[in-house]
Design a protein around this ligand. Structure first.
Ligand SMILES: *Cc1c(COP(=O)(O)O)cnc(C)c1O
Length: 408
């Protein structure tokens, strides 16, 4: 594969990365999604759009976020040096705002009035409500009743930001039903609205668009790391849920002599229902409008998934990751709940940075890799901050002093 041509060749015009991706939607939705794809293809090369997005990133989001050398953590582990890309310092505390601001700006350029999305844990809902407030757009977030009860603080944030939270009471009252409900609402109002997906997945053009909007993470980090050290890192590492923060990070390094690691959540272990490691244990299939690796049974029903990090528990993965897996360009590996919690405490204690449990998966794997590599440098994407996770962690693990971690 010639990676210098990669971005011109993939995805193809139908949204395929090799055999993954595409756009499998009900015929009624084909037209609105095609319109968004056409609009994006022209706008993404427009200087006006790009410059406006750059200004927003600088003035509103606080970008570039820094790259930070974890001196004390690295010394604790040996001689290999760990660096973090600090997406936890992006406005709202995670990388998700990067694509929500892009989607909001696209909506504005298209003259739409409303942003529609579903949310599970509420992180995407909060980021999108933030974008909607910034652009003066209406925002409608569909959320299962079960999730509304579990994620009360995020529901409060969305409402403060002016979003309308639509409670979904059908079925299991969680993410899947919220997706159906959001799709129906979009179908009824697509002339005026745009559907905003929360990761680098879904029907074309979303995997492409979200990847592009997240690429600021990798492009900044690559330049910053080179400026700090004069060279490139030996390895780059990020957690993979739907695959947006990792796609943004990895795509800047595809053509470089750098090892790339995507870390999937192994949860309680490899048993069905105990993890959400879709690439590691999944098989080729179709879910939510695109082809990729899917965790599903013989009848094509998605498996139940689990992770301590609610942002990682999705039974499939963005199609570009499936492609990178098959190309052998990215190594897909795993970290368990326990390893993530261990990394959560170590980063807090050694560096004064409390990471999101999602990000702690990437840090956990980097800690393991640092011991194996012994020398060199690893650049890890710290996709978000851990404030949202502290109550749950303390309830289950106390303050970390008395808990025996696997490595100890
Ligand atoms: C949502 C979330 C993730 C997982 O989503 P990706 O699309 O895989 O990046 C990771 N980290 C944080 C902090 C999140 O909020």
């Amino acid at each position: 594969m010639d990676y210098s041509r990669y971005f011109r060749d993939y995805p193809d015009k139908d949204g395929y990365f090799g055999e993954y991706g595409g756009r499998h939607v009900p015929p009624e939705l084909e037209k609105p999604f095609r319109e968004v794809a056409d609009a994006y293809q022209s706008i993404c090369h427009s200087a006006e759009f790009i410059n406006e997005l750059r200004r927003i990133r600088r003035e509103f989001q606080g970008r570039p976020t820094p790259v930070y050398h974890c001196n004390r953590l690295s010394r604790h582990l040996g001689n290999c040096q760990i660096y973090l890309k600090r997406e936890d310092l992006n406005h709202t505390g995670a990388h998700k705002l990067n694509h929500c601001m892009g989607e909001g700006l696209l909506a504005k350029f298209l003259g739409k009035k409303k942003l529609i999305a579903e949310t599970g844990a509420g992180q995407h809902g909060v980021a999108l409500a933030t974008a909607a407030a910034y652009f003066g757009l209406e925002c409608e977030i569909h959320m299962g009743l079960v999730d509304i009860a579990k994620q009360a603080p995020n529901v409060t944030r969305m409402k403060i930001l002016g979003a309308k939270v639509v409670p979904v009471s059908r079925g299991l009252q969680t993410l899947k039903e919220a997706v159906d409900s959001a799709f129906e609402s979009y179908l009824a109002s697509y002339e005026d609205s745009i559907y905003c997906i929360g990761s680098a997945l879904g029907p074309h053009p979303f995997p492409l668009m979200v990847r592009d909007f997240q690429m600021c993470v990798g492009l900044e980090a690559r330049e910053q790391f080179k400026e700090m050290t004069g060279i490139l890192p030996d390895a780059v590492c990020a957690c993979v849920g739907g695959g947006s923060n990792s796609a943004g990070m990895f795509s800047a390094f595809l053509a470089d002599p750098v090892d790339i690691y995507g870390v999937e959540p192994l949860g309680r272990g490899p048993g069905k229902g105990d993890h959400a490691a879709s690439i590691t244990f999944g098989k080729k299939g179709t879910l939510h409008g695109f082809d990729s690796y899917v965790l599903e049974d013989e009848n094509g029903n998605p498996d139940p998934v689990y992770s301590i990090a609610s942002g990682l528990d999705y039974p499939s993965v963005g199609p570009e990751h499936a492609f990178w897996k098959d190309l052998g360009r990215v190594n897909y590996v795993t970290a368990t709940d326990e390893e993530a919690v261990d990394a959560f405490f170590k980063l807090s204690r050694y560096e004064g940075i409390i990471p999101a449990l999602e990000s702690a998966h990437a840090i956990a794997y980097a800690m393991r890799l640092a011991k194996e590599m012994q020398t060199g440098a690893i650049l890890v994407n710290c996709s978000g901050r851990g404030d949202k996770d502290v109550d749950y962690i303390v309830e289950r693990f106390g303050y970390g002093e008395n808990y025996k971690f696997p490595e100890a």
